[in-house]
Design a protein around this ligand. Structure first.
Ligand SMILES: [Zn+2]
Length: 154
């Protein structure tokens, strides 16, 4: 599947577009550029790339809308992050801040098998310290307070 070629940076941009409500209406490149602190040209290039990988549609003059496939990837990213964060806290006794930061670095590199294993082991005992209810669908407002999502825009 082509979407597996999305880089971590691509996924971060995808989540940002979602936070700007790109699952409901097109988000223009200037808006994304502002939020991600990149150039407008860079944001546009990223949007074209996301479209090429089938996670949204780009309408010239309007912007990118995230499609169902894109939303599914975003949900996966959010769930995976919090699964890995939980794992670091519960198995290694890391505090929340460190677990969140390590999960950000390692989460996207872990295999699906590893994440499935964490979910089997900690499934029912999982909770997000940011207060997110780990049951999709998510709305942009739900994840706005998550420190990991906030850091995307640092
Ligand atoms: Zn969180």
């Amino acid at each position: 599947m082509s979407q597996s070629k999305l880089t971590r940076r691509d996924r971060e941009h995808l989540i940002s577009i979602f936070l700007l409500k790109g699952h409901e209406e097109p988000v223009g490149p200037s808006k994304l550029a502002n939020k991600m602190n990149v150039s407008r040209a860079g944001a546009l290039k990223k949007m074209r790339r996301l479209e090429k990988y089938g996670v949204g549609e780009y309408i010239p003059g309007e912007g990118l809308t995230v499609n169902g496939e894109g939303v599914a990837i975003i949900e996966d990213e959010i769930l995976n992050h919090h699964a890995v964060e939980n794992f670091f806290q519960k198995s290694l006794g890391m505090d929340f801040e460190d677990a969140c930061k390590e999960a950000e670095i390692l989460g996207s590199k872990m295999s699906k098998k590893m994440i499935d294993q964490i979910n089997i082991y900690y499934g029912k005992k999982k909770e997000a310290r940011c207060g997110l209810d780990l049951e999709p669908p998510f709305e942009p407002e739900d994840i706005e307070e998550c420190p990991w999502c906030k850091r995307l825009f640092d």
